[in-house]
Design a protein around this ligand. Sequence first.
Ligand code: AMP
Length: 253
Amino acid sequence: MKVLVAVKRVVDYNVKVRVKNDGSGVDLTNVKMSINPFDEIAVEEAVRLKEAGKVDEVVLVSIGSAKSEETLRTGLAMGADRGILVNTDDLAVEPLAVAKILQKVTEKEQPSLVILGKQAIDDDCNQTGQMLSALMNWPQGTFASEVALDDTQVTVTREVDGGLQTVKLSLPAVVTTDLRLNEPRFASLPNIMKAKKKPVDKLTPAELGLGEGDIKPRLEIVQTQEPAKRQAGIKVVTVAELVDKLKNEAGVL
Ligand code: AMP
């Protein structure tokens, strides 16, 4: 059985992002980029399924500039077998465009399971997996905190408001990962070296049969703003003063 995993190159989660002076977006100059954390969990899950003998091949796909190859290499060092880079240069690809590209790759690769992150931490869209499932007309199990795979179906425990929901999907299917699904491994140095030699196919949306209209942005970013700065606090000397301020200034008592 083959599993396809979608991995996105995003600003590292430890970086405090800055907005460009003209408010047109986030400044990416000299910023550390990494694999999207939810996608790292997706790769880990696929590799564990392979180690358990349930999956024969783990294929990664990333859509973006040529630099997304680094993201693929990170996943390959964790144990995936090969990568596919769909080069969209610096064009901003929105979830629908990504989903259409993933649809073409899925049709070409014919995996039994596609695993994506529940959301990319740069756009926080939480849309691509759902859109891919709709385009493929495959069942979806989103926000997975547990995945059990057998030959014909996958059982997904989902993190929903106030509890867990378990769904059974017949294969082929789309699964998106939540934070508690697993703890991704650190790639060892020998595996990082080995990953440099693993194959990465390079494709363009046109080679997958997609036109400009399929991938062009549909949204216009009007403005990007930093969150409002926190106001400085004050020190009070007595409890009575605190209660007075809460009552008469803050109005919360
Ligand atoms: P989003 O809908 O943008 O929040 O992204 C959800 C998931 O879709 C991510 O966690 C990735 O698995 C996948 N995805 C989104 N954009 C890309 C991309 N450019 N390349 C590869 N996978 C992507």
